[in-house]
Write a protein that binds this ligand. Structure first.
Ligand code: COA
Length: 330
C-alpha cells in the first residue's frame, strides 16, 4: 500500500442506548464484585439496549451524526458497509435495513462479519473499493447489540460486553495528506472454538432444547483469548506501522479495541507507545465489539485528543480469530 491516501474519514459519529448496567448492578445478580471487574478488566459500566431498542434504532443516530459531521446527505452515499455480529435479523442484512431507514436509495449495502475488528475490515474494504473506482462516498458502520447474545448468568462473559454503534463517512482523500495511510487484516480460523456461539446457525438451527442449553449465547475461554489477543494486537500494530513506512514515535494516538485494559497496556508496551498516547474509554462502555474503535475515535476527536493532521493507529482483534489495524492521518 502506498502512503498517499486514497480514502479519508470525513466524519465520525457514535451513539449508545440510554440504559446503563453498572458493576454494582451485576454484583446483585452474579457471584462477582466491582473490585474484581475493575482490577481484571478496567470496566465500570456498559450501555445496554432496552426491550424496544433494536440495533438499527441507535445505529441510525450514529450514522446521521457521522453524515452531519461530513456534510453529506443520504443521496450522496454510494455504499454502506455494516460490520456486526448481532444484526436485527438473519435476513436481510443490517446494512440494507439501515439503507432503507436513511433513504440512501443510490447506495449498495452489505454486512461484514469479522467480529471486533469488523469496522477496521470495513474501512479496508472501503479503501479498496475506492481504489477500484467503485464508490466515492461510503458509510462504514460498526454496531452491536451484544446484550442479545450475552448470558447474564455467566459471570465470565456478562461483565465484559456492552451495546453501541459507530459510523464513519469515508470519502476520497483531498490530497492534503489526510486519510488512510495503511491497512492490515488477518485471520486464524483454528482458534474459532475459543470464542464462539455454538448454536443457532445453520449447522444447529434454533430449537427449544438448544435454547434451554443456552447454545445461542457467546462462549469464551477468557485466559486463552487474552493471550491470543495480546499476540494479534502486537503483530497487527507492527504490520500497519511498517506498511505506513512509519516508526512508533510517529503515532500521536493509539486507539486499540476496548476489551480489557491489561490487553491495551500490553499492546502499547509492545509497540513502544506510552499510555498517555493511548485512548481508553472501556470503563464506560465495556467491550462493544465492532463499535469499540469508532466509539473511542469519536470521543478522541470530541475531546480534542485527535486533531487534524495527527496520526492515529487503530488496532483490534476478535472472534474468528480476526485481527486488523489501520493507520490514519486525521
Ligand atoms: N467475577 C469474579 N470472578 C470471576 C469472574 C467474575 N466476573 N469471572 C471469572 N472469575 C474467576 C474465575 O472463575 C477464576 O476462578 P478460579 O481461579 O477459582 O478458577 C478466576 O476468576 C480467574 O479466572 P481467569 O479466567 O483466569 O481470569 P482472568 O484474569 O483471565 O480474567 C477475563 C478473565 C475474561 C477478564 C480475561 O481473561 C480477559 O479479558 N480475556 C480476554 C477476553 C476478551 O477480550 N474477549 C473479547 C475478545 S474480542
Amino acid at each position: 500500500m502506498t502512503t498517499v491516501p486514497i480514502a479519508m474519514i470525513a466524519g465520525i459519529g457514535a451513539a449508545v442506548p440510554a440504559g446503563v448496567l453498572t458493576n454494582a448492578d451485576l454484583e446483585r445478580t452474579l457471584d462477582t464484585s466491582d473490585e474484581w471487574i475493575i482490577e481484571r478488566t478496567g470496566i465500570r459500566e456498559r450501555h445496554i439496549a432496552g426491550p424496544s431498542e433494536t440495533l438499527n434504532s441507535f445505529t441510525l443516530v450514529a450514522a446521521q451524526r457521522a453524515m452531519a459531521r461530513a456534510g453529506v446527505t443520504a443521496s450522496d452515499l454510494d455504499g454502506i458497509i455494516f460490520a456486526t455480529v448481532t444484526p436485527d435479523h438473519r435476513l436481510p442484512s443490517a446494512a440494507c435495513e439501515l439503507q432503507a431507514m436513511l433513504g440512501a436509495e443510490r447506495a449498495w449495502a452489505f454486512d461484514v462479519v469479522a467480529a471486533c475488528p469488523g469496522w477496521l475490515f470495513g474501512l479496508s474494504i472501503a479503501d479498496g473499493l475506492m481504489r477500484a473506482s467503485l464508490g466515492d462516498t461510503i458509510l462504514v458502520v460498526g454496531a452491536e447489540k451484544l446484550s442479545s447474545i450475552t448470558d447474564y448468568e455467566d459471570r465470565s462473559t456478562a461483565v465484559l460486553f456492552g451495546d453501541g454503534a459507530g459510523a464513519a463517512v469515508v470519502k476520497r482523500a483531498t490530497g492534503d495528506g489526510r486519510g488512510l495511510l495503511a491497512t492490515y487484516m488477518g485471520s486464524d480460523g483454528n482458534l474459532a472454538p475459543l470464542l464462539h456461539i455454538p448454536g443457532g446457525g445453520s449447522a444447529e438451527p434454533l430449537t427449544a432444547s438448544l435454547l434451554s442449553e443456552k447454545k445461542h449465547f457467546v462462549k469464551m475461554a477468557g485466559r486463552e483469548v487474552f493471550k491470543a489477543a495480546v499476540l494479534a494486537m502486537s503483530r497487527s500494530t507492527d504490520a500497519a506501522i511498517g506498511r505506513a513506512g512509519l516508526t512508533p514515535d510517529a503515532i500521536d494516538l493509539l486507539i486499540p479495541h476496548q476489551a480489557n485494559l491489561r490487553i491495551i497496556e500490553a499492546t502499547a508496551k509492545h509497540a513502544g507507545i506510552s499510555m498517555d498516547k493511548v485512548m481508553v474509554n472501556l470503563e464506560r462502555y465495556g467491550n462493544t465489539s465492532s463499535a469499540s474503535i469508532p466509539l473511542a475515535l469519536q470521543q478522541a476527536e470530541e475531546e480534542g485528543r485527535l486533531k487534524s493532521g495527527m496520526v492515529a493507529m487503530l488496532v483490534s482483534f476478535g472472534a474468528g480469530f480476526t485481527w486488523a489495524s489501520v493507520v490514519v492521518r486525521w
